[in-house]
Design a protein around this ligand. Structure first.
Ligand code: ADP
Length: 484
C-alpha cells in the first residue's frame, strides 16, 4: 500500500513541492531574520551611543574630591540611569577604575572577577560582556571631557542585552518552528492540488483499462478545459479511432479470406473424394489423396471457425435470444456426439439434468457446448469417462464437462482461450484442432453474460464449467442414461 503511494507521481510532486516551498521560505526567513537582527542591533548600538554621548556631555569630574556629577546632579541621581538598565565605569587612560556604578551589583562583581578587564583596556568602540550568571551586556567606550578640554578619562557605558537577545531568540525559534509546519502544509496543499491536476489522467487510464477489442469505438468525453488535458484526450481519442479502423480492416480481411477460401476448399474436397472412389488408383497415390483429404477437412474446419469468429466480431447484436431449455439441448448434443465417443471407446456419463432455462441464442449455445464436448473427446484417453452435468447455482445455471484425459499444462492454461493457440501443436494437430474452438466458446459465453472456467491437471483431466444466467424453469428433472 505504502509502496504503491510512494511510487506515484502525486506523491513525488507533493514532496518536491513541499521541499521547494520550505527551502524558499527558509531562505527568505533566514534573510529576513538576519536583516531584522542587524537593524535591531544597530538601533540598540545607536541608542547606547546617544545615551553615552549625553552622559559624557553632562559629565563633570572632580578628581580632588573623587566625585562625579552630571549637569550639577550628584551621583545618586545619575544612577537613575540604571533604571534603563545602564551601567557605567570611568577609568583613566591606563584603564585604572576611578569611578564606577556603585549600586550595580553586576558591575561590582564583574570588576571583582576581572571579567571587565578586556573592556577597561578599550579606548573606544563597542564590546560585549557576559557575567558569571550568563547575563549579557554591551558597553561602549567614549573619552570623557574634563571641562571641555582634554580627555584624560574614559567612560564605559553599557546595557543589559537580555531583552534584545530574547526578542531575537524568540523570532529565530518562531521561524525555525514554522519551517516544519510550512513543510507539512505545503505537502498537503500539493497533495490536494496534484490529485486534482492528475484526476483527468486517471480517468483516461481507467478508460484505457476497460478497452478490449470489443469496445474500441469508445471515446473519452472530457469536461476539462485545460489545454494539456484537452490535448491528451484528443490524442487518446484519435489513437482509438485509428486502432478501431485497423481492427475493423483486419476483421474484414479475415472474413473475406475465409470466405474466399471456402469455395475452392469444398471443390478440392469434393474432387479428392471422387478421385478416392476410383478403384484403379495405385496404393501410394491413394494414401496421398487420403492424407490430402484429411488436411482439406481440417482446413475447412479452420475456415468455418474463422467465419464464425468474423460473425462474432460483428457484435452481440447477431444473437437472437429466447428462453432455451438446457436439458433436452444437452441430451440431443450428447446423442449427436455419441458415435465420436464410441470411436474412441469413451463413455459419456450424465448425471440428472434438472429442468433449467437460460435466455440464449440456441444455435450459438449449441455451438459452444459442441466445441467443449468435442475437445473432451479429442483429448481423452481411450476407454475413459466423460462426465456432464447441469445444476442450478444461485441465479445461474452451471454446465459442467469433465474428462479424464491428457489435461493441460499450467503454463498453457491462461492462453487456451486465445485465438489460434494450441497447447501442444504437434499433439493437437493430430487431433484435428485449429486453436479457435475455445475462443469461440468464450465469446459465446460472455456474449450471453456468462462465465467460463477451466480446472486442469496434466495427465489427470480437465473440467470446464460454464455459468449462464438462469431464467424461470418449470417442468420436473429429466433423467438421462449413458452413451458410448
Ligand atoms: P483446438 O481446436 O486445438 O482444440 P481449442 O481452442 O478448442 O483448440 O483449444 C485450445 C487448446 O486447449 C487445445 O489445443 C488443447 O491443447 C487445449 N484443450 C482444450 N480442451 C482441452 C481438454 N479437454 N483437455 C486437454 N486439453 C484441452
Amino acid at each position: 500500500m505504502m509502496n504503491s503511494i510512494i511510487g506515484t507521481l502525486r506523491f513525488k510532486l507533493s514532496w518536491t513541492h513541499g521541499i521547494v516551498i520550505s527551502l524558499a521560505i527558509s531562505l527568505v526567513g533566514l534573510a529576513a531574520y538576519r536583516f531584522i537582527a542587524y537593524r535591531t542591533q544597530q538601533a540598540f548600538d545607536r541608542d547606547l551611543l546617544l545615551d553615552t554621548k549625553l552622559f559624557v556631555s553632562h559629565l563633570s569630574i572632580d578628581t580632588d574630591s573623587f566625585s562625579v556629577s552630571t549637569d550639577g546632579l550628584t551621583l545618586p541621581d545619575v544612577l537613575t540611569l540604571e533604571e534603563c538598565g545602564s551601567y557605567f565605569v570611568i577609568t583613566d587612560l591606563d584603564g585604572q577604575v576611578l569611578f564606577r556604578d556603585l549600586y550595580s551589583k553586576y558591575v561590582k562583581e564583574m570588576l571583582r572577577r576581572g571579567e571587565m578587564d578586556g573592556l577597561l583596556n578599550e579606548k573606544s568602540g563597542f564590546k560585549r560582556l557576559t557575567a558569571s550568571d550568563d547575563t549579557k551586556f554591551k558597553f561602549v567606550t567614549l573619552p570623557a571631557r574634563d571641562h571641555g578640554v582634554s580627555s584624560r578619562y574614559l567612560v564605559h557605558l553599557g546595557r543589559n542585552t537580555e531583552q534584545l537577545d530574547a526578542v531575537l531568540d524568540e523570532s529565530l525559534s518562531l521561524f525555525l518552528y514554522s519551517v516544519p509546519v510550512v513543510l507539512v502544509l505545503a505537502i498537503l496543499a500539493a497533495w490536494y492540488l496534484a490529485g486534482r491536476a492528475l484526476k483527468p489522467f486517471d480517468e483516461v487510464a481507467q478508460t484505457a483499462e476497460q478497452l478490449t477489442s470489443e469496445n474500441l469505438n469508445t471515446q473519452i468525453v472530457s469536461n476539462y478545459s485545460e489545454r494539456e488535458i484537452q490535448r491528451l484526450v484528443q490524442s487518446f481519442n484519435s489513437m482509438m479511432e485509428r486502432l478501431n479502423r485497423s481492427f475493423q480492416q483486419m476483421r474484414q480481411f479475415n472474413a473475406d479470406v475465409a470466405h474466399e477460401l471456402r469455395t475452392p476448399l469444398s471443390i478440392l474436397q469434393g474432387e479428392n473424394e471422387i478421385a478416392l472412389r476410383s478403384t484403379s488408383l495405385p496404393d501410394d497415390v491413394r494414401a496421398v489423396l487420403a492424407s490430402n483429404l484429411e488436411e482439406l477437412e481440417r482446413l475447412t474446419r479452420v475456415v468455418n471457425d474463422l467465419l464464425t469468429l468474423a460473425e462474432a466480431d460483428a457484435g452481440t447484436e447477431i444473437l437472437k435470444r429466447k428462453p432455451v431449455q438446457l436439458s433436452p439441448l444437452l441430451q440431443e448434443l450428447l446423442e449427436e456426439m455419441s458415435p465420436l465417443a464410441e470411436e474412441s471407446q469413451l463413455r459419456i456419463e450424465c448425471r440428472s439434468l434438472p429442468d433449467l432455462h437460460v435466455l440464449a441464442d440456441e444455435l450459438w449455445i449449441r455451438r459452444a457446448l459442441l466445441n467443449v464436448i468435442d475437445n473432451s473427446i479429442k483429448y481423452s484417453k481411450r476407454g475413459g469417462v466423460i462426465e456432464v452435468w447441469l445444476k442450478p447455482m444461485d441465479s445461474n445455471v452451471q454446465i459442467g464437462i469433465r474428462d479424464h484425459g491428457i489435461g493441460i499444462d499450467p503454463g498453457d492454461l491462461p492462453r487456451i482461450f486465445d485465438r489460434l493457440y494450441r497447447a501442444d501443436p504437434a499433439r493437437t494437430r493430430t487431433a484435428g484442432g485449429s486453436g479457435l474452438g475455445l475462443s469461440i466458446v468464450k465469446w459465446i459465453v460472455e456474449a450471453h453474460h456468462g462465465q467460463i472456467s477451466v480446472i486442469s491437471q496434466p495427465d489427470e483431466g480437465t473440467t470446464i464449467e460454464i455459468l449462464l444466467p438462469a431464467v424461470k424453469a418449470s417442468s420436473p428433472p429429466t433423467i438421462l442414461g449413458f452413451w458410448g
